[in-house]
Design a protein. Sequence first.
Length: 57
Amino acid sequence: MPNSPYGRGTCPVCHRDMNLLKNGTLRHHGGPDGSGYLRPRTYRCKGAGQKPASRAA
């Protein structure tokens, strides 16, 4: 995955390291096992839309 121009962060819920959106919040994403990826209504990690737990420089 190419690095996001908005930086990366760790989801406080599933601890996944992922790209951030323009406003610094986490993208919508599935659970730790990858369920829900590209199938938005099956499972959404609760961390989506929140600020990351730790900011990767």
